[in-house]
Each structure stands twice: as structure tokens, then as C-alpha cells.
Ligand binder design. Structure first.
Ligand code: NAD
Length: 501
């Protein structure tokens, strides 16, 4: 832990509060209060106590931010060369790493996640800006063979003002993976972080200005989804919406954007299977499943929330998983526990309702199954690491996204049945496959409906791996080189060049 981080943590834990956290919108390169003057409370999920207040905006604040982004799109940002755009992103990556301790501290307070996970998210965000920094001067068009009398070519242009709706589970990472390619493409941005976790988006906006972004290119408006998210995605000057959140809200967002024929990239929910075949390296599979469901207390769209396991190894796997789940230390994120709290009291209540329903239906709760508090303080919104065994395919525990530390175990007879069970929900975001059989692994990878399949290492890859869902998990892809095209429009030019001879 750096000295700076140690001081921040020690001061907070001694009841000294936190200084210097952003509290206003970031519009046109300046900190700006809500026109209404209203503010909202930040709550620390590890204690359930308030620690900060920030601006609660409305449609008027959103309109100011969008107009500022529109002016920058037509003005200062349009005059910055692609190479210079790349240089801003490269500097941002350096500054994000320098600000790492403060960013990780704020992310842990806002979201509750263990400090070591927040530190990982900071590195991931920096890597994202680094990755896209090399692209702007390589976004080439093509020439088109129209024959001797014509010249034809294509060019890629920035799509315009982009809106980014960010959820509370990975505020830093989701901000970076959407905004870095949008800026690389030459777009301007209005970001709307979730009301539970607004701090790091505001901090990143300031860091990007320090890296050389002209005023107005990146704006951040904070407040509730209804009061700020809804007017943002419905704003006629917005040309692209990148939405990360639940399927239900994503459908509302697509409906609102459709009125302006605005494109939407919906990154929605998941109920991802981890298939474990009988021949697998069980140690690796147990490690993989534990990380897939208990990292970030299971609040991950791509969490491996269903273990689809062949009967031959079911009992062995279950015994090891239960032992590992029981050994997980929970606690306040700043104490670097194995697992932190749930980000909000409402989300913990949702998780509890799912598990209580399963218990009432007579399902076998192998371990966990209770809302708890931090053993050190008796405070906070925690939920025990939970494993529910032999969940029928049509049970809500196997079908619905719980978004918490709850693993559904589904027992199958062979790889063919594993495939059918893997594909048995309306979601299709991610899948894991654990086996030593190379052919079986790639056969499953081909036939499982998912945006990405991890073989023998869940969550393998990074920013270079395109990411997104199929069916009710969404469409389009973030991350990877091609994601930049989400933020561009293609222009074709055809000219008559014949001399007439
Ligand atoms: P949510 O749908 O409730 O909210 C998502 C975001 O939308 C929040 O910022 C919220 O304030 C905002 N919002 C709410 N109403 C809105 C409206 N009418 N118009 C515009 N914005 C509005 O989801 P959540 O509970 O914050 O996040 C959890 C969900 O996000 C889960 O379903 C999870 O799977 C999904 N998620 C998906 C990905 C992915 O990449 N596919 C990543 C992270 C989370």
C-alpha cells in the first residue's frame, strides 16, 4: 500500500472523514452545481453510513452538458489532430496510474469493493486509455474500384455526441471501456455514473482535462437514473448511447433513443454458465468457479452464476466449493477482505428475496443463504457466499440474474446435456468451459450461445478481448480494436474524374 493510500485509509477509519472528493457536475471543463441546488448522499456500503454529498441533477443540467459536448465537437475537439488525440489518451493513462491510490480509495468507499479489487480496476482503466491511445491515427478508410471515370473512397467520421450510462458495480472500468474508444474516435462525451457510485467518473473527468482534453469534450452529470439518465438518452443532440445495466432498463433506453433514431450499444444482464466436464483439473476449476461468482460479491454482469457440472465430479466439486466459500473472509473493503459488502441495501434485499424464495421452494442451500454484517463492526450490507445445489433448469435461481454471491449448481450427465443446460436461459453473455479435452472445449465454445467463452480460465483476457452479449444480454461489442467503430460513421465519396477523352 502506498503512503498516500495508507494515510487516506487511516484517516477515514479513525472517523476523520474524507476531503477533496468531487461534489459537483463536470460541465464545460468546470465544476458546476445543479441549477436546482439539490444534492444527494453517498453511503459507504461497508458501514451503511453517509460519508459525502454530491450534486443531484435534472434535465436542465443534462441539457447544459450535452450542449457543451456539442459545442466542443464542432469546435476545439474537431481541430485536434488524430495523433494529438492519441497523445491525450496516453497521458491520461499515466495520470490515472499516478492518481491510483485516490481513485481506488474513492471506488472502495462508493461501491464497497475490496481495495485490492479497486486497485485492479484502476490498472484496468489506465490500460484501456493506453490501448486506445494508439488508434486515432490508424482509423483509415478505403478506396473503391469504381472504374476509370470515377474516384471512390470511404472515410470514418466521429459519430457525434455520445452518452454513457454507467452502473454501480464497475464504475471505473465501465467508464474507461466506453469513453476511451469514444474519445479515440473523435467524439465528445456526456457520462452519467450510477447514483450509488458517482465519484470516480468525476475524478477521471478532471484527470482527462489535465491530460489535455479541451473543455467540453468530456462532461459528467450526476443524479438519479430517472432525473438525469432518462433525459440524457432522450436528448436529440446525442447520437450514440452506450448503456450498461439491467435488461429492463436497457429496453427503456432503446425505446427512448429510438425516437431520435440514436444508435444504442446495450450491455445488459447475464446468467453465465461455467461448464465443468469430468476430466478437468478440479483444482483449476474450483479456483475458477470461486472467482467467477464471489469476485465483487457476485455483482458482475459476466459472473459465472451457474455451475453446470458432470455428475461424475459433482460431489467432489461441491465439497471443495463449500469449503472454499466458508473460508471467505468478509469485511469492510478498506481492510482488504476476500469479499466486500453488497453495494446498496436495496440490492442486498433483492438477493435475500431470491434465496429466501429458493429455500421456501425446498431447494438445497449447501452453504450461506443469509444477510450478515461486518464481523468487526456489526455494520454494513453483507451477504454470505452462497451455493445452492441441484437447481432445476426452470427454477428462478437458474433463470434470473441475482447479481450477488449466489451460485446455482446444475448437475448433468454428459457434455451434450451440459450444452443444453448452458443454453437454457434467455441471457447469452459469457460462458466458461473447464476440461482437458481440447476438442470438447472448442466444440462447446462453438455451440454455446455467448458473446465470449473462457476455456480453463474464467475472466481470461483484458481490453484486447471484444466483450458483449447476445439475445437478452444485448448486442454490439465493447473493448478490442473494433469497438472504436461504435463511435464512428462511415462516409462514402464518389467523384467523376474522367477528363472526357
Ligand atoms: P440498472 O439498469 O438499474 O441501472 C443501470 C444504469 O441506468 C444506472 O446508472 C441507472 O441509474 C441508470 N438508469 C436507470 N433508469 C434509467 C433510465 N430510465 N434511463 C437511463 N438510465 C437509467 O442496473 P444496475 O442495477 O445499476 O446494474 C446492474 C445491471 O447491470 C445488471 O443487470 C448487470 O448485469 C448489468 N451490467 C451489465 C454489464 C455488461 O457489460 N453487459 C456490465 C455491468 C453491469
Amino acid at each position: 500500500m502506498t503512503e498516500e493510500l495508507e494515510t487516506l485509509v487511516a484517516r477515514y477509519r479513525a472517523g476523520g472523514g474524507v476531503e477533496g472528493l468531487p461534489a459537483r457536475h463536470f460541465i464545460g471543463g468546470e465544476w458546476s452545481p445543479s441549477a436546482s441546488g439539490r444534492t444527494m448522499e453517498s453511503l459507504d456500503p461497508g458501514t451503511g453510513q453517509p460519508f459525502h454529498r454530491f450534486a443531484s441533477g435534472d434535465a436542465g443540467d443534462v441539457d447544459r452538458a450535452v450542449r457543451s459536448a456539442d459545442a466542443a465537437l464542432k469546435g476545439a475537439w474537431s481541430r485536434v489532430s488524430p495523433a494529438a488525440r492519441g497523445a491525450v489518451l496516453a497521458r491520461a493513462a499515466i495520470l490515472i496510474r499516478e492518481a491510483g491510490p485516490r481513485l481506488a480509495f474513492a471506488e472502495t468507499l462508493d461501491s464497497g469493493k475490496p481495495l485490492q479489487e479497486a486497485e485492479g480496476d484502476v490498472q484496468g482503466a489506465a490500460r484501456c486509455f493506453e490501448y486506445y491511445s494508439g488508434l486515432p491515427d490508424k482509423l483509415e478508410g478505403r478506396t473503391l474500384p469504381l472504374g476509370p471515370d470515377h474516384l471512390g473512397y470511404t472515410s470514418w467520421e466521429p459519430i457525434g455526441v455520445t452518452a454513457h450510462i454507467i452502473p454501480w458495480n464497475y464504475p471505473l472500468s465501465t467508464f474507461a471501456r466506453g469513453i476511451a474508444p469514444a474519445l479515440a474516435a473523435g467524439c465528445t462525451v456526456v457520462a452519467r455514473p450510477a447514483e450509488q457510485t458517482p465519484l470516480t467518473a468525476l475524478m477521471l473527468a478532471e484527470i482527462l482535462m489535465q491530460a489535455g482534453l479541451p473543455a467540453g469534450v468530456l462532461n459528467v452529470v450526476t443524479g438519479t437514473g430517472v432525473e438525469t439518465g432518462a433525459p440524457l438518452v432522450a436528448h436529440p443532440l446525442v447520437r450514440q448511447v452506450t448503456f450498461t445495466g439491467s435488461t429492463a432498463t436497457g429496453i427503456e433506453v432503446m425505446r427512448a433513443a429510438a425516437r431520435n433514431v440514436t444508435s444504442v450499444l446495450p450491455e445488459l444482464g447475464g446468467k453465465s454458465p461455467v461448464v465443468v466436464l469430468h476430466d478437468t483439473d478440479l483444482d483449476a476449476a474450483v479456483d475458477g468457479v470461486i472467482g467467477a461468482i464471489f469476485e465483487n460479491a457476485g455483482q458482475i454482469c459476466s459472473a459465472g452464476s451457474r455451475l453446470v457440472v458432470e455428475r461424475a465430479v459433482h460431489a467432489d466439486m461441491l465439497e471443495r466449493l463449500v469449503a472454499r466459500a466458508r473460508a471467505i473472509r468478509i469485511g469492510h473493503g478498506l481492510r482488504r477482505p476476500d469479499m466486500g459488502p453488497i453495494t446498496s441495501a436495496e440490492q442486498r434485499a433483492r438477493i435475500a428475496a431470491f434465496v429466501d424464495g429458493a429455500r421456501a421452494r425446498g431447494l438445497e442451500i449447501a452453504t450461506g443463504g443469509h444477510a450478515v454484517t461486518d464481523p468487526a463492526t456489526g455494520l454494513g450490507w453483507f451477504y454470505e457466499p452462497t451455493i445452492i445445489d441441484r437447481v432445476p433448469v426452470d427454477d428462478p435461481i437458474a433463470q434470473e440474474e441475482i447479481f450477488g454471491p449466489v451460485l446455482a449448481v446444475q448437475v448433468v450427465e454428459d457434455a451434450e446435456e451440459a450444452l443444453a443446460v448452458a443454453n437454457s436461459t434467455r441471457f447469452a453473455l459469457v460462458a466458461g468451459v473447464y476440461t482437458r479435452d481440447f476438442s470438447a472445449a472448442h466444440d462447446l465454445a462453438r455451440r454455446i450461445d455467448a458473446g465470449q467463452v473462457y476455456i480453463n480460465e474464467y475472466f481470461a483476457g483484458g481490453i484486447a478481448l471484444p466483450f458483449g452479449g447476445n439475445r437478452m444480454s444485448g448486442f454490439g461489442r465493447e473493448k478490442g480494436v473494433d469497438a472504436v467503430r461504435t463511435y464512428m460513421k462511415l462516409k462514402s465519396v464518389a467523384a467523376r474524374v474522367s477528363s472526357g477523352r
